[in-house]
Write a protein that binds this ligand. Structure first.
Ligand code: 6PG
Length: 258
């Protein structure tokens, strides 16, 4: 019997972010009891900065020196561009925590073509994960969802959704003003833990669609189904406001936090 998808709902963003912070700390301590590094792939966009700020403020003793940060996707912009995902991670996590830059594995976006950037990132993934797993198996992948149901830089009806060979692909799409590089579903679905962190009433409609198992198979966020890992949604009440709990009761467990 398929395990139910777990959806945590919080009244506000801050407690939701703290919850993910505690989860991240717990996962990292557990993973590092049996391996040398903890690998996390982080998303960009507007939502995650509140999460990354909560983590950088948390007093828990995170094993930062053994934590390696990767990007779920990257806009093909200079590293100092306000749209850069690596720049977001540096500003809201590495800099406030005074973490060494070498623990962040960013996409090379300067002095190369878009295709070369994707290949370079893919090679960096293969080199880092080596023989640890056939497909890079992140300990934690943090995802957001766009109102069109995209996640990472995997957009609706994109052929990238069927990519089976590459770990990272170049993305040129009308859905975004920037060219991008993104991890493929093969990598995302090989993670041990995938957490969607989604806030805001503007995401309520897409959240209902994604959680409805009959969701459009070409809806990227609905295609995130970790093969052996755990899938978790952490939402604020705005993003959860249109979930039909009764119709989802057979495959979704909803935990409402006070
Ligand atoms: C990105 C993300 C992307 C994001 C969604 C939601 O780099 O843009 O990977 O998938 O999670 O677009 O973005 P917001 O948090 O800005 O709504």
């Amino acid at each position: 019997m398929e395990t139910k998808t777990l959806v945590h709902v919080f009244r506000h963003t801050e407690p939701a972010a703290r919850f993910v912070s505690y989860l991240w700390l717990s996962l990292s301590r557990k993973a590092l009891s049996g391996q040398a590094t903890f690998t996390v792939a982080l998303s960009g966009g507007k939502t995650p900065s509140a999460l990354y700020d909560a983590i950088s403020r948390s007093k828990g003793a995170f094993p930062w020196s053994r934590t390696h940060f990767f990007v779920v996707d990257e806009r093909f912009v200079p590293s100092d561009d306000p749209e850069s995902t690596a720049g977001l991670i540096r500003e809201h996590l590495l800099d406030p925590l005074s973490l060494p830059g070498e623990n962040l594995h960013a996409v090379l976006t300067e002095g190369v073509s878009l295709e070369e950037a994707a290949r370079h990132y893919e090679n960096a993934l293969r080199t880092f994960f080596g023989a640890r797993c056939m497909v890079p198996c992140f300990d934690l992948v943090m995802l957001g969802i766009g109102r069109d149901g995209h996640t990472a830089s995997l957009f609706p009806n994109s052929a990238d959704l069927e990519e089976k060979n590459h770990l990272a692909v170049p993305v040129r799409t009308g859905h975004s003003p920037h060219e991008r590089i993104t991890l493929t579903l093969a990598v995302i679905n090989s993670a041990s833990n995938v957490v969607f962190f989604v806030t805001g009433r503007d995401k309520a409609a897409i959240m209902r669609q994604v959680l409805d198992k009959k969701g459009d198979a070409m809806l990227p966020a609905a295609r995130v189904r970790p093969l052996n890992g755990r899938l978790l949604y952490v939402l604020d009440e705005g993003a959860a406001s249109r979930i039909d709990r009764h119709s989802l009761r057979d495959h979704v467990a909803i935990v409402v936090h006070p």
